[in-house]
Design a protein around this ligand. Structure first.
Ligand SMILES: [Zn+2]
Length: 81
C-alpha cells in the first residue's frame, strides 16, 4: 500500500491538529481525553470546564424517574372461584 489517501502527506498531519476552544492549546484531537468532543476540546477537563459538564456524564445521567409507577401495588391474588 503506497497510495496515500487524502491531500497533503507531510510528516505531521495538520488535519488532526485542533485548537482547543477553551484553552487555545493546539493538540492532536486523536489524543484528546475528551470522549465526545475531542475535536473541540483538548481534554475532558476543558470540555467539562467549558460546558459545566461532560456529554458522557450527560449521556450516562438518567432522568429522575418516578418510583410510584413501579411501586404500584399489584393486584392481590384472589381466589375468585
Ligand atoms: Zn483545552
Amino acid at each position: 500500500m503506497s497510495g496515500a489517501i487524502g491531500p497533503g502527506s507531510e510528516g505531521m498531519n495538520l488535519e488532526h491538529i485542533k485548537t482547543c476552544v477553551r484553552c487555545g492549546l493546539r493538540y492532536d484531537w486523536r489524543r484528546s481525553s475528551s470522549d465526545s468532543l475531542k475535536m473541540t476540546y483538548c481534554s475532558h477537563l476543558c470540555e467539562a470546564g467549558d460546558l459545566g459538564f461532560t456529554l458522557e456524564a450527560l449521556l450516562h445521567a438518567q432522568p429522575p424517574t418516578s418510583t410510584e409507577a413501579e411501586a404500584a401495588p399489584s393486584e392481590p391474588e384472589t381466589a375468585a372461584i
